[in-house]
Ligand binder design. Structure first.
Ligand SMILES: [Zn+2]
Length: 407
């Protein structure tokens, strides 16, 4: 066993409920704390000196200066496997050009599809690993990664295989998701329904066979897939043995209902969710995931996180890091900004980027510093954990521990 500390504060997130609003008084903050680790799991968190005296013959790892420790963060929604760059889309959008004008000048999701299809496996893997390393440097050790820029058998599998390869080269946990239903590709001859059938019959069986992902996502929106065809698709994906998740209510309401009714693990975006559907989500186990990076990238309103929490929903916060609408990738900055606009407590933000976002991925072994949980945590050189969100992402993480070892 190994004892790491002493930390000025260890914020454990123990005993916080999975759903609903949280007050900061509910946070367990252990002063002069230590984290006792058994192999890759947490054995105990408590006062450093007491843990030291209680446990003889253990390895002691002393931390330098004043530091605080938090559970490592979980980014439950990213698109970080991609080729190309869409800086010109960003500039055009800010210069007042419409979605259509941007698409006509060669931008939009289709441009990412072309660049991703055109990228070599080495190139895709290299840039994916660079983005993973950036996320780890922020203290994020569990990262969901979607396909969705291949949009045919060959290229969707290429993306998912590169995500699997990346997993062999990083200690972070990658959770792959098949998002072949991102939009119907321009070169597909047939209707939306025929494309969804193509995914179910041609792509998903191969994804299953190669063990490339056990989650399926769909973008339900006027410009992508419609609620009814999506509902059928999601039920069939479940029949094939996949967990499901949905890009819902980004610009138009209605699709978070489909997510709840099909038993999705999460409904992500929700910027346009109406009050009635907030209630519906709040009564389900479908995690409501806010993606403030997309609001910041597009200059659109934020997900109604306050209302969702007050209604009792399980609220997660994720980066949506992608080359088009959310190019920043800094979840800590984004979550801190969401907190200022939506008036979220520190406890609500920390829960949203740890155990609640882990739950959205079906992972209940991480995101809190409690006994038998995965020993993933992040430290910051400060004497007050509030500084992490107060500095809105500019306070750099000091050390990142994965499975009890410094990364
Ligand atoms: Zn997304």
């Amino acid at each position: 066993m190994k004892l790491i500390g002493p930390f000025k504060q260890v914020v454990t997130l123990a005993n916080l409920p999975l759903r609903g609003k949280l007050s900061d008084e509910q946070l367990e903050i252990i002063a002069d704390g230590g984290i006792l680790i058994n192999n890759d799991k947490i054995q105990k968190v408590g006062n450093f000196e007491i843990l030291k005296s209680e446990n003889q013959n253990i390895e002691i790892e002393t931390v330098e200066g004043e530091q605080i420790a938090l559970p490592a963060f979980v980014d439950s929604h990213t698109h970080i496997c991609f080729g190309g760059n869409r800086a010109n889309d960003f500039a055009m959008r800010n210069a007042g050009k419409t979605y259509l004008e941007i698409a006509e000048s060669g931008g939009g999701i289709w441009s990412s599809v072309q660049h991703t299809r055109g990228a070599s496996e080495e190139e895709l893997l290299k840039t994916l690993l660079e983005r993973i390393d950036f996320l780890i440097s922020l203290g994020i050790t569990t990262i969901e990664v979607k396909s969705g820029y291949g949009l045919d058998v060959e290229n969707e599998l290429k993306m998912l295989r590169m995500i699997k390869k990346a997993q062999e080269q990083t200690k972070a946990t990658l959770v792959p998701t098949c998002l072949s239903a991102h939009l119907k590709p321009r070169d597909f001859e047939g209707s939306n329904e025929e494309y969804l059938h193509y995914i179910l019959s041609e792509i998903l069986p191969k994804v299953k066979e190669e063990g490339l992902a056990n989650r399926v996502d769909i973008f339900i929106e006027k410009s992508a897939f419609q609620p009814e065809e999506s509902r059928n698709f999601l039920f069939k994906a479940k029949e094939l043995g996949f967990e499901i998740t949905v890009h819902a209510d980004q610009f138009t309401p209605g699709s978070s209902r489909v997510a709840v009714e099909t038993g999705a693990q999460s409904a992500d975006h929700l910027e346009a969710t109406i009050d009635e559907d907030i209630e519906f989500l709040a009564q389900s186990n479908t995690v409501a995931t806010a993606l403030p990076g997309a609001s910041l990238g597009l200059g659109e309103k934020f997900t109604p996180a306050r209302k969702l929490l007050d209604a009792g929903a399980i609220l997660a916060i994720a980066s949506d890091w992608n080359p088009g609408s959310a190019p920043m990738g800094n979840l800590i900055t984004q979550a801190s900004i969401l907190a200022t606009f939506e008036k979220l407590t520190t406890a609500e933000v920390l829960a949203g980027i740890t155990f609640r976002s882990a739950f959205a991925l079906g992972l209940e072994d991480r995101g809190r510093l409690v006994e038998s949980f995965k020993a993933d945590f992040v430290t910051f050189k400060t004497n007050n954990f509030q500084n992490v969100l107060y500095n809105q992402g500019s306070l750099k993480a000091e050390s990142i521990y994965i499975d009890g070892k410094e990364n």
